[in-house]
Design a protein around this ligand. Structure first.
Ligand code: PXL
Length: 273
């Protein structure tokens, strides 16, 4: 008779995010990242995005009924013994933000990582503005960690364009002052340092995290992968700083898929711990 190896149940992680059909970003990317890092992923889809090959890869955007977003979060929180961490990606509409806000209040999940996806290509600017304001006022205060890119950092910090490491540090401090315990303000390769550079701030430690840049182009799905990896690592017990360091390695290892869109995208399966 053979004995089966002892199996340890993985941490459970929930992504509240949009579907990006091609698998390059959004909830699909979150699930792949979770799996690669050894955590069990579940999802509440907030919207369905299909890139349009006939319109410069604009995002065709269909919101999910807010009640259905609620039901998915309820299902995830009810099926599993516990949700160890939550990643929030694209919410897309003010009604989606309302239900997610209420669910975060109801379930009081231990770790909430917010990737503050502000503007979606193809969205009306006026509605995007209302969504950005709701995200900043309602969801940001509920996050235990936030991972804004340069544009999102400037918006959240109320600053002009961020063009230097000094200003990125300043933005991280200001976002922390808005009540987010851990801030990972991302520049990636965009400050021309030859590295992928992000600033971490937790109110005490202000760390510049740098790894060699993999190319200089923007990478589709890199931000989703980074935030999903941070969430997975937090669920496994890493400190926020350790989670950020590992997440940067995950992103570096994942860059390199090429298809017909004009920029590279990510495959998380290349990462090895
Ligand atoms: O990468 C940001 C992002 C997040 N979520 C969804 C997306 C995108 C970008 O395309 O489609 C659903």
């Amino acid at each position: 008779m053979t004995t089966s190896p002892k199996r340890i149940a993985p941490p459970i992680v929930l992504a509240i995010a949009g579907s990006e059909a091609s698998g390059g970003a959004g909830a699909q990317t979150d699930l792949k990242t979770f799996h690669q890092l050894g955590v069990f992923g579940c999802t509440a889809l907030t919207c369905i995005v299909s890139m349009d090959p006939r319109a410069g890869w604009d995002h065709r955007f269909v919101p999910v009924d807010p009640e259905v977003i609620h039901d998915q979060i309820e299902a995830c929180a009810s099926v599993h013994a516990a949700i160890d961490a939550v990643k929030i990606g694209m919410l897309g509409t003010a009604p989606a933000i309302d239900v997610v806000d209420a669910a975060l209040e109801e379930y009081a999940f231990p770790d909430v990582v917010l990737d503050p996806v502000l503007i979606c290509k193809g969205q009306e600017f006026a509605s995007a503005r209302a969504v950005d304001d709701a995200l900043r006022e309602r969801i940001l205060p509920r996050a235990t960690m936030v991972t804004p890119n340069l544009f999102e950092s400037a918006t959240l910090a109320g600053m002009e364009e961020i063009t230097s490491v000094a200003r990125l540090k300043d933005a991280a401090r200001r976002i922390h002052e808005r009540g987010v315990p851990n801030v990972l303000a991302k520049a990636g390769p965009s400050l021309g340092t030859g590295t992928a550079l992000d600033v971490f701030y937790d109110g005490e430690n202000l760390e510049v995290l740098e790894v060699p840049a993999v190319g200089a182009e923007r990478v589709h799905g890199a931000g989703c992968t980074l935030a999903a990896a941070v969430t997975a690592e937090l669920a496994k017990g890493a400190t926020p700083l350790q989670a950020a360091v590992t997440a940067k390695d995950v992103v570096s290892a994942s860059i390199g898929m090429r298809g017909n869109i004009p920029f590279p995208y990510v495959y998380q399966g290349w990462y090895q711990a």
